[in-house]
Design a protein around this ligand. Structure first.
Ligand code: NAD
Ligand code: MG
Length: 402
């Protein structure tokens, strides 16, 4: 039995892959967790089903028309749920006084403001929305420090690293005695495909990840390895480490989720089956340990673990992200915005898979990088990068040279 009253939880992006996994864990522990608010973008049916089951006080649809449809949909079945619409409402439910813990699991830049609001209100922030940290790492970490928020990463690699850090380590501090961290990456669905065939891969192939079931955007990011690039930047902010102390290793089995190497030569790793309920449960229950529902790891069934260096020619996005991190300021926000437009264009079959890095490179060459000290500067450069990317797609020059 759990003694304290249940923790109030807001799940931003409740209908997505991380949101659904979070609710799966929460549903196992009604005495520990109580759902205060659930949010989604446009999927009324999915959020309606979750509202009927979990009876949150608030349900938010980022899209106001969808909010109206959700109100109609819940009138007879869950009229006690207050339905709100629009992006301000996302921020409101991230900062409610009765909320202790916010799962920030909106995909992309759309998650920045509500995730940041959770930090500003001093919540326990379970951060899956890596794009928020990529865009505004300095501001985000400052908000965490200033408001005594507790930041726990949900990304399996960063969660693994946190678990391997010294006792009492908190995110944002420079860890003592750490020589480097090693982020593992599966290499995605195209790790061994002949490079000449990459130009013709389809969205369905790119989204068929060998080990993880995830939303479409992060699945494409995993296939280009931009995901690992974003994670390098995320790790830089979370663990206050420079680029030379962050190494990326391909590990196709996705069993070892990352490692910390100490000055004395010790290397600590966290292992587990590829199931996001493990990092989600770690962060929800922290510092306790409770059952996540994940299958137990059977290492003899896995047999062997392989590691190799990433192939820079196959995965140019990784280099682009490292370059943006070194450049600093709003460069990572520009990279992220260009990537979001490029991935959507690829999913909409407007550009080829191999045009994703080319488009990002073009945008990075043509956008001016500013100091990232204000949210306004970050959002302006995000918007400028999106315009630049759309113009380049619209110009037809990508198709002509592919
Ligand atoms: P998803 O596409 O499955 O779900 C995204 C959620 O965000 C949905 O609930 C959707 O309604 C909501 N959303 C989308 N656009 C929105 C908008 N404009 N405004 C408000 N809400 C919006 O994505 P996911 O795979 O669950 O990933 C969510 C985040 O977690 C991403 O940042 C991703 O990088 C990160 N992450 C995911 C995984 C994973 O295993 N899925 C692992 C590590 C990190
Ligand atoms: Mg990850």
């Amino acid at each position: 039995m759990h003694d304290s009253p249940p923790a109030g939880i807001t799940i931003l992006g409740a209908t997505g892959s991380i949101g659904v996994n979070t609710l799966d864990v929460v549903s196992r522990y009604p005495d520990r967790f109580h759902v205060v608010a659930l949010t989604a973008n446009t999927d009324v049916e999915a959020l309606a089903g979750q509202c009927q089951r979990f009876r949150p006080r608030y349900a938010v649809m980022a899209d106001p028309d969808a909010a109206q449809r959700l109100t109609d949909r819940l009138r007879d079945t869950a009229a006690d749920v207050r339905v709100l619409g629009g992006s301000d409402a996302l921020m409101e439910v991230a900062g409610l006084p009765e909320v202790d813990c916010v799962m920030a699991a909106i995909v992309g830049a759309a998650g920045l403001l509500p995730s940041l609001e959770a930090a500003r209100q001093g919540k326990r922030v379970l951060l899956a929305n890596k794009e928020a940290l990529v865009m505004s790492g300095a501001l985000f970490m400052q908000a965490v420090r200033d408001n005594q928020a507790v930041l726990l990463p949900i990304d399996s690699e960063h969660n693994a690293i946190l678990q391997c850090m010294p006792d009492n380590y908190v995110a944002g501090q420079a860890p003592r005695g750490v020589r480097k961290i090693m982020l593992t990456a599966s290499g995605g669905p195209f790790r061994t495909l002949p490079i000449a065939e990459l130009a013709r891969v389809t969205p369905a192939q790119a989204c068929a990840h060998p080990n993880w079931e995830m939303g479409r955007k992060i699945s494409v990011d995993s296939a280009t390895m931009m995901n690992k690039g974003l994670e390098v930047i995320e790790a830089g902010w979370l663990f206050d480490l420079p680029l030379e102390k962050i190494k990326v290793l391909i590990h196709p089995q996705s069993i070892l989720h990352s490692m910390v190497e100490y000055d004395d030569g010790s290397v600590l790793a966290q292992l587990g089956n590829p199931d996001m309920r493990i990092p989600i449960t770690h962060a929800l229950a922290w510092p306790d340990r409770i059952d996540s529902g994940a299958r137990q790891l059977d290492l003899t069934a896995v047999g062997s673990l392989q590691f190799e260096d990433p192939d820079k020619e196959r995965f140019p996005c990784l280099g682009l992200a490292c370059h943006a991190w070194e450049k600093g300021g709003t460069a990572p926000a520009i990279l992220n915005a260009a990537n979001e437009v490029a991935v959507q264009a690829f999913l909409d079959q407007q550009i080829a898979f191999t045009s994703i890095p080319r488009l990002i490179e073009h945008v990075m060459e043509h956008c001016t990088v500013h100091d990232a000290a204000s949210l306004q500067a970050i959002l302006e450069d995000d918007a400028a990068a999106r315009c630049q990317a759309r113009d380049y797609i619209g110009s037809g020059r990508m198709q002509a040279s592919s």
